[in-house]
Structures are given as structure tokens and as C-alpha cells.
Design a protein around this ligand. Sequence first.
Ligand SMILES: Nc1ncnc2c1ncn2[C@@H]1O[C@H](COP(=O)(O)OP(=O)(O)OP(=O)(O)O)[C@@H](O)[C@H]1O
Ligand SMILES: [Mg+2]
Length: 383
Amino acid sequence: MSSHSELTAVVEAVVDPRLFRPLGQLGMVRTVEGHRRSVAVVLAVPSGGHPDEDALRRAVEEAVGRVSGSPVELDLVPMERDEELELQARLHELGSPGGQGAGAPAERHGAEGPAPRPSPFAAKGSPTRVVAIGSGKGGVGKSSVTVNLAVTLARLGRSVALLDADVYGFSVPSMLGITERPSLLGDLLLPPVAWGVRCISMGFFVPDDQAVIWRGPMLHKALEQFLVDVHWGSPDYLLIDLPPGTGDVSLSIAQFVPTAELVVVTTPQPAAERVAQRAGLLARQLRLPLRGVVENMSWFTGDDDHRYELFGSGGGAALAKSLGVALLCQVPFVPAMREGGDWGRPIAATEPGSETGRAFADLAARLVEMGPSRVYRSELSVR
Ligand SMILES: Nc1ncnc2c1ncn2[C@@H]1O[C@H](COP(=O)(O)OP(=O)(O)OP(=O)(O)O)[C@@H](O)[C@H]1O
Ligand SMILES: [Mg+2]
């Protein structure tokens, strides 16, 4: 049996599956006692309940089991009011690199109301690499690529967040199979997590049968809230699923997160001059560094092992060439990818060894390998 201090250190080091920080740092560990046949742990959780008790239990049991081999008797007790306020303050502080992120109050007021609050992702020293996924036209598989890339990065051990910025045509929650809504801790929104990916989408905030009609300023405000008021927990990666083409949403995102990099998704049709123009326009308008092109639906491999190019070929390579960037990856057309999207079971998570799973592993590896873009466009940051 390990010593008391050893066991306490182990429990304190467990990363909360929804608050994304070690329990010790969050002030959640009340007591840890090693008994002869078990380890008794008492954790203080937010008074409204922990957003994912099961995952919290599993994480503690696994960590304690690893060092002591003993089962855990875990008790979750509600925090006192002052403990909870302290937890909120700590999360604000931890979510704001350089002390200017989520916790900073909007103090400056301009002629048009309060000045935008800075996104923690735009702060210098932010540990998060932000990659926005866009396209010159709709329906090319942007959301599918974003979701599968996100779960692949998570499988590689990276902490990954996904912002579904397609506010009118949101599809990420259903592709990830999320039915749960974000929970609230004080004024912070805690994102649901699926397949290791924390996610926020407009889909969580509008009833299923209602069309979203937002005016520009409201839309801008909503995106600001998604970036500032969500407890993202400083992930390694934030992927942003942009709506198709250039528009207010993409421009707002680029303004809030000027440190973002851009990846463009396209299909293999060769005669896509207009698509190339639009993708180039997207990069120029957003003024974000374009890192490469992903070609989706490149071929279908038949039972005879032959690759059928259902939608032509060469589109991805041609677009990459005309934009002066690399073709990062070709993703085959597979019915299982659509089915996985429809059922909330991303193929990169359920069949990582398949041809498609390997394509996403390659894409993730390329992105990791090429490293973040060094361009920091301070002139574009929201002040
Ligand atoms: N490689 C693929 N193989 C098979 N089906 C795919 C593939 N990629 C995407 N799909 C399917 O094509 C459809 C469109 O994909 P998706 O929604 O990802 O595109 P999008 O570019 O995000 O669309 P939008 O412009 O509407 O946001 C979905 O039904 C998806 O499951
Ligand atoms: Mg989409």
C-alpha cells in the first residue's frame, strides 16, 4: 500500500474530465485515506453536481488503482458557497493566459457599447494552436473532416476542442453524437465532451425545430461568447468548423482569433477554377495563414481493390498549387464515413485502422509536424 502523501498526490494530479485541470489545483480534494483493502476519497464538486460524475470516478479509480492496486470508495460532496466561488475564480484565471483572457471584465466602452472582450486564444503565450477549417463551397465535407481530425488528434493524446462556427448549418454535435447540453458553472459554460473532444455549437442553444435567424451584431456577440465565456481549459488544439465560403461568421472568427491558421477542404473535380478563387479569397479576406488543402471524397475503393475516382481527380493538387500551399491529405469516399457522421460515431474513432482512419492519422501527423504558423498578427487582434 502506498503512503498517505503518495496517494493524496496521485488523486490531486488526476485531471478533471470536464474542468480539464488537476483536482488538486481546483481545490476539489477533501480527504484521501488508505485503508487495508481500499482507498477512501472524498471530493468536493460544484453544488449543482459534477457534469460527468462517471468519467470523474473512472479517472480517480484508474489513477489510484495504478499505484495501489486497491479499489476506491469515492464520495462526492457538494462544495460550500465560498469554495465554489473560489473554483470559478480559479477557472477564470487558469483560462486566461497572460491574465487577459476569459476572466477579464469588459471595461472599455465605445460608441457602440462595450468593447469586445479578448479571446484567451488570441493572447500571446496561449498554448493552443487554432486551426480553422474552411472551403470555397458547401457540402465538400468540412464538418466531417473537422470532426474526424479532432478525434484523431485526441487519440494521439492531444487535448482538443472543437468550435462549430457554422451557426446556421451546425452539424458537429450530431456528428460527435452529443445529446447533452453544456452545463453552467457560475458564468462559465462547460462544454460537453465526446470521443475526447470538447465541443461548443450553436446547436446546443436552439431548439431542434427552430431556424436560427441572427443579425450580424448578435452573431458576432454569440461567437464572442463561444470563445470567451466557455471554459475551454487551454487545449493543445482548437479546431473551428467554419461555415462555407466567406461571410460574417468567418470574418468574426478571424477577428477574434487572429492567431488561427486556415486549412481548406475541397473535392477532386478538376475544373474548379471558381472554387480555387473563392478559397483564395477566403484566405485573403480572413488574413489568416493558409496551411494547406485537404481533398475529400478522392476515390472509392471497390471490393476489387480498385480505386474508382467518382468525382474526378486532381482538384486538391490543383487547388494547393494555385494557392501555393501543400496538399495535406486525400480522404477516400466511404459510405461508413457518412454513416459514422449520421450516427455520431466518427469513423476515425471507431475504425482508426481503416483506410479513412489512416488518412486522418496522416493529416494529424502532417499538421503536428509542420508546427504552428509563426505569424502573429497583432494588428488584427480585438482590442
Ligand atoms: N469522405 C466521405 N465519404 C463519404 N461521405 C462523406 C465523406 N465526407 C463527407 N461525407 C458526407 O457528405 C455529406 C456532407 O459532408 P459535411 O456535412 O461534412 O460537409 P460540409 O462541407 O461541412 O457541408 P456544409 O457546407 O453544409 O457545412 C455528409 O452527409 C457527410 O457524411
Ligand atoms: Mg458543415
